[in-house]
Design a protein around this ligand. Structure first.
Ligand SMILES: NC(=O)c1ccc[n+]([C@@H]2O[C@H](COP(=O)([O-])OP(=O)(O)OC[C@H]3O[C@@H](n4cnc5c(N)ncnc54)[C@H](OP(=O)(O)O)[C@@H]3O)[C@@H](O)[C@H]2O)c1
Length: 278
């Protein structure tokens, strides 16, 4: 299975579809990630706060896939938004994974009440200079947070991982990020379990293409130029979620999905101006 890639602003080629690992734990997590790597995923998304970096690293090491073909993303939690703590947290993530570097590190949330995400960003820049990390980016950053990072450090993130699915399409954030040369990555790209049952628009398009609603949603992400990281513990669904690159959505179908924006719930009301995760 060959997955198309996007080129990031630092030159890294990132697969259009990656694999989410939130809520996967223990040996079951390693099994699910081994299966994902076996069916062809080459981008694995974890975070220190998912408590599964060890399971992710074990799967990467056991998979038989050459290390250089796999991109592992982890995320820096808010409680480590201080220079030395942030550097140590990146070193700890790598240690937990049993790897010698991590490919991508994102600041997980801006946590504006602490107001130290610029300091955290400076630490990630240093980790990249030391070769601990290849690519650095952010998650859940709004325009005002991104503007401060760029203005105060001169370094633009390569990625912004944000909640995005047909019910919450983030067109203004996407346009802002594109202006800065930042690639967007969709978390909860399937809106978890909500989307399939509540959107006949997607089901109708799926029936016309002989595909599943999930596959149509993922094809819509790809057509939008957004990286998507669906999570599934189920090997058949993992394969289904990669079997999408033969789908071409028409202009009318894209418009029909665009019309769903705001018609369903966000996952949780995680507004980055107020939501804090430590
Ligand atoms: N940066 C952040 O703040 C942030 C926040 C949330 C999530 N994330 C990342 O984004 C990843 C994806 O988001 P998510 O896990 O919240 O939700 P998601 O990927 O939108 O949806 C996952 C759910 O969809 C089901 N599913 C997957 N493929 C399916 C298919 N083909 N047919 C039917 N159901 C299917 C899964 O079930 P089974 O597993 O039972 O198959 C699971 O219940 C996370 O795992 C995490 O890595 C990041």
């Amino acid at each position: 299975m060959s997955i198309p890639t996007y080129s990031l602003n630092d030159g890294l080629a990132i697969p259009a579809i990656g694999f989410g690992t939130a809520k996967l734990h223990g040996f079951a997590a390693t099994d699910a990630i081994l299966s994902a790597l076996d069916v062809g995923y080459r981008l694995i998304d974890t975070a220190m706060n998912y408590d599964n970096e060890g399971a992710v690293g074990k799967a990467v090491r056991l998979s038989g896939v050459p290390r250089e073909q796999i991109l592992v993303t982890t995320k820096l939690p808010g409680r480590f938004h201080e220079h030395d703590l942030a550097v140590a947290a990146v070193e700890e993530s790598i240690t937990r994974m049993g790897l010698d570097h991590v490919d991508i590190v994102l600041i997980h949330w801006p946590n504006p009440s602490r107001d130290r995400y610029v300091e955290a960003w400076q630490s990630l820049i240093e980790c990249r200079e030391r070769g601990l990390v290849r690519t650095i980016g952010v998650s859940n950053f709004l325009p005002q947070h991104l503007t401060r990072l760029v203005t105060e450090t001169g370094v633009t993130p390569a990625l912004n991982q944000i909640e995005r699915h047909p019910f919450h399409q983030q067109s203004a954030q996407l346009a802002f990020d594109a202006e800065l040369g930042i690639r967007d990555e969709a978390w909860s790209p399937l809106a978890r379990e909500h989307w399939a049952t509540t959107s006949p628009v997607v089901s109708d398009i799926a029936a016309l293409h002989g595909k599943t609603p999930t596959q149509i949603v993922l094809a819509w992400h790809v057509a939008s130029g957004v990286v998507a990281i669906p999570k599934s513990a189920t090997p058949t669904r993992q394969a289904e979620n990669l079997d999408i690159f033969d789908i071409t959505l028409s202009t009318d179908e894209m418009a029909a999905i665009t019309s769903l924006d705001g018609s369903g719930q966000r996952i949780v009301a995680e507004d980055s101006t107020t939501h804090e995760e430590m």
